[in-house]
Design a protein. Structure first.
Length: 260
């Protein structure tokens, strides 16, 4: 699999990094330090616990008072809330299988998406990809991207430092990775990918104070995709050999936000 252009095609996908892999087995078995576990628990206690959901179909999400967000190692994505982007109000909404599987599966069966994510087929194929993330320890969180009230993209926000990707580059603690696909043809080819990549990278850095870098790994041969990341404020860091592709390691640095 190799990422396609986030700004003009379907999106970037999890290649061999292991974040949200089909069987969920290829993940680094790392034990978090006791101090970090305690810090995460303390942070969770301070974070409002609400879970976004979509009423039906492809309508806008809303927060259900009193519902509890799924624990994650990404500082509570469910509570990150909406942000205003150049394309409109955008929000990451953690996936719920019973609500979102038909929509995500439909996107995965779009030929432009299937060529890179390789998850075409019945809903069970997509569910098999989602379950390890949803049932795991919270190091990878699958989300719908909701723009102006409409789900229009699928994202995976993951701890790159706890992912097999970390075997292939000099990771730093709390490096956060992103994968993206744009769901509908109408939303492709008009720069939305670049706008949303920038917005989500900013959102990660704003909501995760311990994270100094946002990471992505598009296929090196996919010049439009690399260009989209560059336009979104990422820098090309290195060429990385992953099991099924040679990737361009793209990095968005907290320290360089003001100039990129």
């Amino acid at each position: 699999m190799s990422p396609t252009d986030a700004s003009t095609d379907a999106g970037t996908e999890p290649a061999a990094s292991g974040a949200g892999g089909a069987d969920g087995a290829d993940t680094l078995d790392l034990r978090l330090p006791d101090e970090l576990v305690a810090l995460l628990a303390e942070s969770d206690e301070r974070t409002p616990r609400t879970a976004a959901h979509i009423e039906h179909g492809e309508r806008a999400p809303h927060h259900a008072p009193g519902t509890v967000a799924v624990e994650d190692l990404l500082d509570g994505i469910a509570a990150w809330g909406p942000v205003t982007t150049d394309a409109g109000v955008f929000q990451l909404v953690p996936v719920r299988i019973e609500r979102d599987l038909p929509l995500i599966s439909r996107w995965m069966n779009d030929p432009a998406v299937a060529a890179f994510w390789e998850l075409a087929g019945p809903e069970a194929v997509t569910e098999e990809h989602l379950r390890p993330q949803l049932d795991g320890d919270g190091r990878s969180v699958p989300c719908l991207g909701v723009l102006e009230g409409m789900p229009m993209s699928y994202w995976e926000i993951y701890r790159a430092d706890l992912d097999p990707l970390a075997r292939h580059y000099p990771f730093r603690p709390h490096d956060t990775g992103i994968h993206l696909l744009i769901g509908g043809v109408v939303n492709r080819g008009r720069g939305l990918g670049t706008a949303l990549l920038r917005a989500v990278a900013d959102l990660v850095l704003d909501r995760r104070p311990a994270c100094a870098r946002v990471i992505a790994e598009p296929d090196l041969r996919n010049t439009p995709s690399v260009s989209a990341f560059l336009s979104a404020g990422f820098r090309f860091s290195a060429e990385v050999d992953l099991p099924d592709k040679r990737a361009a390691l793209m990095v968005r640095d907290r320290a360089l936000r003001a100039v990129l």
